[in-house]
Structures are given as structure tokens and as C-alpha cells.
Design a protein around this ligand. Sequence first.
Ligand code: GDP
Ligand code: ZN
Length: 486
Amino acid sequence: MENLAHETIVAISTPPGRGGIGIVRLSGPRAVPMAEALVRLRHPLQHASARFAEIYEPSAPGEPAAEGTSEAPRKLDEAVVTCFQAPRSYTGEDLVEIAAHGSPVVLQMLVRAALAQGARLARPGEFTERAFLSGRLDLTQAEAVRDLIDAQTLYQARVAAEQMGGALSRRVQPAKQQLVELIALLEAGIDFAEDDVDVTPNAQILTRIDAMQPILESLHRSFARGRLVHSGLTLAIVGRPNVGKSSLFNRLVERERAIVTAMPGTTRDLVSERVSLGGIPLELVDTAGLREGADEAETIGIQKSREALADAHLVMLVVEGNTPLSEEEQALAASLAGRRALLVRNKSDLVQQKSLLDTQPEALFASPPEASSEKESETVTNIRAVSTSALTGEGIAGLRETLLQMMQAEGMGSESGMLTSLRHHEAVSAALAALGKARAAAQAGIPHEMVLLDLYEALRQLDSLTGETTADDILNRIFSTFCIGK
Ligand code: GDP
Ligand code: ZN
């Protein structure tokens, strides 16, 4: 950990190519003197202050121009230089940022000059790695920096920002604290059994484990939604051929992607496209008409449609608003009971009889199966209907709004501190498994040394989440919570 900090690293921190501004970043013990050698400052660098600077072409390769040489050095650019001194910087080390105009040639010249001064090119992510190593960020926060940079929708950025602020770490913290306390209790029980500290009764161990488990279990479950932050929800667009599925798909995508034709049964393959609704990623899947008695290619398409329908988080059943629902459509509607489904009455521009649009959608989704679980009954009542015209655009904004509400009802955008990566999920799974083993061991009356092994494993897993080391933590904990007295 210490060795790393001896080197000063340098990199261009702005994206490759030309830009209005380009930033060269230096971090490490020599960042300040190096920066002072790279540019000409009128005032010395000072913590958290911006300084004007001029950039001159080096007079000899690799050497910055010095004043008073025979050939007058050529000025190339002007820059603003900011400096943050250790430990109050992003990396926790001395950090200098030179913001010049975004000319790759000038930025590369600055980097070369820094290398000539003894800096090393930073590896990918090394500034954040240093922030982690210096304890400025824990591992989940460091990961969140990456996720924020990678975010493609506002929702992804929001979740990353929360995690960067420590939302996930804060959610793990209570379980971890309880775990450390239990370990400390058992360690003391073992080490000082002959002295005045009692051996912990197994019933107390079980009670304590039972208190931690729900915290970790709810965290573990959060991955079901957390994983969707990256992948998004899927929406299957289903319905008879020619009702306007592809046209609605295009309206939602706002590009001509799916093929629209006036002939029934042309969307034989699945067409999917990712959109961002209210900042939340949503994958739209346009399906072939779910029609019986079609030709072979169409049958394959229909099979795929059924699979897409089964897999999707949300379903949009499209019907023609100007005709009553066919038997087939009613059957399809009924089969969607228990799903988060939306009935879209399209072609509203053709509707003469507006009363058709007023039919209660619940009537169409008749005979829901015995609503056994809470989720099912809740979903059945969530069925809504909207009317649209893919042709004129009427009702499309309302459709988007309804879809967004359905996404939010799926838990998107509400929870904070979710597990968002497989790494998180595996760590919490392993911690839960170890905790389960510890519980079983305590229940079976197995010696506490063995129970401790599982508890340490659970702690190690939770620590791997935040990237902390713990041996010292536990020792401190033992000596601070128990009066040793000798
Ligand atoms: P799909 O088979 O369900 O995907 O239907 P398409 O999107 O391919 O549309 C079938 C036909 O209906 C095309 O001729 C569309 O132009 C037309 N269509 C789609 N939506 C509307 C609408 O809202 N109003 C009217 N009048 N025609 C529409
Ligand atoms: Zn289509």
C-alpha cells in the first residue's frame, strides 16, 4: 500500500480526441513540483485554488523551456491549474490538474514532459485505485465511480451516485457491526474462559445471528432489482398481426427500426431496442403476431414471441381500438392476469364509436386465476388501458407515462443501496451461507472455535464487499468492549 504512493502518476483525464478543454492529471508526492516545471505559473499553487498558467514548447526534447535561453521559447497554450494537497484530494495524495485547451498535441506534450520529470503513466483506474488505497473511497464507492462514468441513462447515474456516496456500504454496516460484536464476544469467551468473562450461551449466539440474517437477506434480494439497473426491464409488445405493434414500437424508439408493412404476419423475428424512459433503461421487444395457423417461418416467430412474452417484465397487449376484442385477444388478455400488463387500444384515429375506448379494462382481463400470492392480486388490479394512435402520435406521451409508472411499480427507482453487481451478490451470498453454517454449528453445540471460523468467513465476505481489512478491527473491538484488566 505504501510503496505505490512513492510514484507520481500522470494521465490525460479527458476523453481521447479534440475538445474544448483537455485535462492532464498528476497524482503523487511530486505532483506539485512537476506541475510547476511543466507550466509557467504567475502565482504559486495553493490547495483548492485555481491558477492561471502558460504552456511553452520545450526548448529541448523532454525538457521544458527555460527563460533566458538563446532561442525564445514558443508559447503554445494557456491553462488553468488546480491543486489539491494530500490528504484532501480525490486520490488522497497531492493532486494537480492542468486544464488546457483540448488539443491532443499539447496534452501529449505535457504528459511527455511529466514522464521526463520522472512521472509514470497511470494505469486505467489508477487514480481511483489510489483513492481506495488511501481510504478515501471503499471498494463499492470506487466501483460506483466507474458505474457513474459508464452510465447510459439518468437512472443508472443516480444509482451510481448513491453508491458513490456510500449507500451500499451504509446498508451493510449494521450487519457487519453485529457480526464483529459477536466475534468479539466469542473470542473473549474462548480466550478468557477461566477468568471473569462467561462463555457465551449458544442461545445468545442464535439470537444474534437471527438478527443479522434479515439485513443480509434483504440486501441479497435487492440484487433482483439492482441487476436491472444495468440491464433494464423488458417490455414485450404482443397482439394480433396488423394492430400496430411495430408502429408503436417505432413511436417509442423514435426511429424507423422495426419493419412496418400493411401485410399481416411480417414481423417474423423479434426486434428489440433499448430506450430510456424517465432515465430508466427499457428493452422493447416487438414480437410477431401471436397467431395460430401460420406458415413455418411465422410459426418459429410465434414460438419466439411466446418465449419473449414469458420472459418479459412488462407486457403491452396491443389491440385495434375500433373493433371489439376477438376471442383470441380476450384469451390472451386473460392469460396476462398476474402479469404487469397494459392494454393499448391503438388506431384511435379510426375510432368512430368513442364508447369502445371507455370499456373497463378489468372486464377484458376476466377470470384471473386464484390470486394466491400478494404479488398476483396486486398486479391484477394494476392492469390499465390507454388508447393511442401510432399514426398521428395521439396518446403516445400518455403511453410513455403509463409505462414509466409500471416500471416504477416493478421497483425501479425506489430502493437505495442495492446490490448492483455480481461481485456484490456473490459476496453477500457467501456471507449468508457462512452465517447459516455458523448458526447450524451453534445449534448443534459444536465448540465455539468452529462457530468462529464460519463467522470470520462471513465477515471476510462482507469485507470483500467494501474492500476493508479487518484483523485490526476485530482486535480493537475485543479490547474496547471488554474490560481485560490485566
Ligand atoms: P403489427 O403487425 O401489429 O406490427 O402492425 P404494424 O405496425 O405493422 O401496422 C399495420 C398497419 O396498420 C400499417 O399499415 C400501419 O401503418 C397501420 N397502423 C398502425 N398504427 C396505426 C394507427 O394508430 N392508426 C392507423 N390508422 N393505422 C395504423
Ligand atoms: Zn409488426
